[in-house]
Design a protein around this ligand. Structure first.
Ligand code: NAD
Length: 363
């Protein structure tokens, strides 16, 4: 099984390549294709990255090659991590519309090339932001089930970790999913949280204690306030800003810590790559596994009686042919309200590109 990484020389792309090899997701007989842009710095660096990876991992590296033309992308799983990112510095405010417009062109050029020249079976994992836009563009070209955005899986792992930290256990003992839109509009599905070793009553009590009487109806305001507090501290005392996060509840930590990490200049490449490689591993593994991801829905699930259409992060079954089923039981009322609001905002974000077929339009 072969994997292509589009934007391999970027911060996230090179972490993905290293983790694919270090975690032995790719056997030595498989191929890792590093895809860069012709003529530019990334084209040259792709050859250098190949040399560096072979230098580091000669004993167990797969075959590594370089492609600089989108029509040469050949793989079973394609990871889309090319494109512009929000500036990683304190106080930087991203022009989301400009970023979306630039990355839309990247998504479209690769999606069209894969549709025209690919095998017809590739599964695409979208990393680049806005991840929902990437999913919508690729789904239109390749079909809905062959594309999944990894933002909701990364958000899920972060949420599980924060819950685990609060309970004093390791992350693997905590289940549960984050849905919605990647970033500030994510929806922590507290109703899906499971903690190994706790029965239903114990879990309900533990979750209620962690939530502290809050509902998701106040979450957007909490995030806004959290960012303002962190921004105020960051210029003079970034350590104090990270310490302040420790005093907040798990779902708020799960949003604000990555935001501060990116603004600190460190970016979030290692965790992003880890979540991406999880999804690649799942597709290559051959078994169906439940993950969370941004997918293009067409009424496979409903929230509060409203069928979900358009791109949204939800728990899905992922396997070798892409995603199949959505596993979203009736969410709690506050989760449903936030999910529908997120779906509407994604829909509005997709509207300028004629990709709007979503939940909001149907209401
Ligand atoms: N989904 C998530 O959870 C998540 C998390 C972190 C980052 N990201 C996103 O991943 C993407 C990559 O982030 P990064 O930190 O690696 O950025 P980076 O700037 O370090 O790397 C970007 C890569 O994309 C390539 N690229 C840029 N414009 C291109 C174009 N027009 N055509 C082809 N290739 C192009 C660059 O050459 C480079 O290799 C960004 O969109 C970022 O927002 C997503």
């Amino acid at each position: 099984m072969d994997v292509a990484v589009l934007g391999a020389t970027g911060d996230v792309g090179r972490q993905i390549c290293a983790q694919l090899i270090e975690r032995r997701v790719l056997p030595t007989t498989s191929r890792l294709q590093l895809v860069g842009r012709p003529g530019g710095a990334s084209g040259r660096a792709s050859y250098g990255l190949r040399a560096d990876l072979v230098d580091a991992y000669d004993e167990h590296a797969p075959l590594i090659d370089v492609a600089l033309d989108p029509q040469d992308v050949v793989a079973d799983v394609v990871v889309l991590t090319a494109g512009r990112t929000a500036p990683a510095r304190a106080g930087a405010v991203a022009d989301r519309a400009a970023l979306a417009a630039e990355n839309h062109a990247v998504f479209e050029s690769y999606a069209r090339a894969i549709a025209r020249h690919g095998s017809g079976h590739e599964v695409v994992v979208v990393v680049s932001n806005p991840v929902e836009l990437g999913v919508a563009v690729v789904a239109r070209e390749l079909g809905r089930h062959r594309v999944i955005g990894m933002g909701a899986w990364l958000d899920t792992l972060r949420f599980r970790r924060e819950v685990a930290v609060s309970l004093g256990v390791r992350r693997h003992r905590v289940g549960g999913f984050v849905a919605g839109q990647h970033g500030d509009d994510l929806v922590p599905l507290w109703s899906t949280v499971r903690i190994s070793g706790l029965d239903l009553d114990e879990r309900r009590r533990a979750v209620a204690a962690l939530r502290g009487g809050r509902t998701l109806d106040g979450f957007a305001a909490e995030i806004e306030g959290a960012k303002a507090d962190l921004a105020g501290l960051m210029a003079d005392d970034v350590a104090a800003a990270f310490d302040l996060i420790e005093t907040w509840p798990p779902d708020l930590r799960g949003v604000s810590r990555p935001w501060l990490t990116h603004q600190s200049g460190a970016k979030t490449a290692a965790a992003t790559a880890n979540a991406t490689v999880d999804l690649v591993d799942t597709v290559l593994d051959g078994r169906d596994i439940v993950v969370a991801g941004q997918v293009a829905l067409d009424g496979e699930a409903a929230v509060a009686g409203t069928p979900l259409r358009g791109v949204l992060g939800v728990p899905v079954v992922l396997g070798p042919e892409g995603w199949t089923r959505v596993l979203l039981d009736e969410p709690e009322p506050d989760e449903a309200r936030r999910l529908l609001a997120a779906a509407g905002r994604i829909d509005a974000m997709l509207a300028p590109w004629g990709l709007r077929s979503g939940t909001e339009a149907a209401r």
